[in-house]
Design a protein around this ligand. Structure first.
Ligand code: OAD
Length: 238
């Protein structure tokens, strides 16, 4: 196999064939929405009803979508891989979680939702996070603090992505970095390939088409995630 320590970064493209819209496509999620309105703390302070409705719609969609062959291939890899794998997803859906629940990973595996999770909510006062499978009201009371409200557990623009220390430690020791279905438009995730290169890792991009940062990768395999991800995983475990 040659590699032991993997960091795999995923973005909206891995869930696209499951029916979850990406962000920056012509018919993507940001079309018809201003990021400042629905994905910033200021937007939430201005109009909590609008922001809760935006994420309520996306949360309601989750029971109608299912992990696809790309999520499945990564779950199969995690169940067999004899080294460490940190799977870092920018996605707030639960499709990776469901794929890995169906086929339990080996002990060296970790999954981080660096931009948060749709199925969780956070207290505006304490920051405490709880499971939240249903809708959130505009002024949903927090069970954790009398003055608190619940907000979606989503990292908005201007906020710090989650578990960055753990991610940077894994990048520092990885020997293979794979970026799947992400445009590389949003930092810090867009900078992970550089950190992996500095660590001496082989870097691979899997996407529908080469991204703007494609030249930063040692190699790229292009096509739908449900085809290129299983093929790449097979090449790793042959
Ligand atoms: P984007 O919408 O920016 O990019 C989606 C990527 O997926 C593009 O590079 C497409 O070419 C690729 N793609 C689309 N369909 C695909 C398919 N079937 N197979 C393989 N690749 C495909 O989404 P992200 O890069 O995930 O952040 O966006 C990053 C962050 O920007 C999101 O997490 C979100 C957004 O603002 C927050 O909300 C904090």
């Amino acid at each position: 196999m040659g590699h032991r320590n993997l960091v795999i970064l995923t973005g909206a493209g891995i869930s696209a064939e499951s029916g979850v819209p990406t962000f920056r496509a012509d018919d993507g999620l940001w079309m018809g929405h201003r990021i400042a309105d629905v994905a910033t703390p200021e937007g939430f302070a201005r109009d909590p009803a609008r922001v809760q409705a935006f994420y309520n719609d996306r949360r309601r969609q989750l029971p109608t979508v299912h992990p696809n062959a790309a999520h499945q291939a990564l779950a199969d890899l995690a169940a067999r891989w004899d080294g460490a794998i940190l799977l870092v997803t920018q996605n707030v859906d639960d499709l990776h979680d469901r794929a890995h629940a169906a086929i339990p990973p080996r002990p060296g595996f970790g999954l981080i939702h660096m931009h948060g999770e749709l199925l969780k909510a956070a207290c505006t006062v304490t920051g405490r996070v709880c499971d939240w499978p249903g809708d959130l009201a505009a002024d949903e009371p927090s069970p954790h603090h009398p003055q608190g409200r619940l907000r979606p557990h989503i990292v908005w623009f201007g906020e710090m992505p989650l578990q960055m220390d753990r991610i940077e430690t894994a990048l520092d020791r990885c020997d293979l970095f794979v970026s799947i279905g992400t445009s590389g438009a949003v930092f810090p995730a867009a900078g992970f390939v550089q950190l992996a290169r500095q660590a001496g890792a082989r870097t691979v991009e899997l996407n529908l088409e080469p991204t703007q940062g494609a030249r930063l990768f040692d190699e790229g395999h292009y096509g739908p995630a449900t085809e290129v991800v299983p093929a790449f995983v097979q090449s790793l475990t042959r």
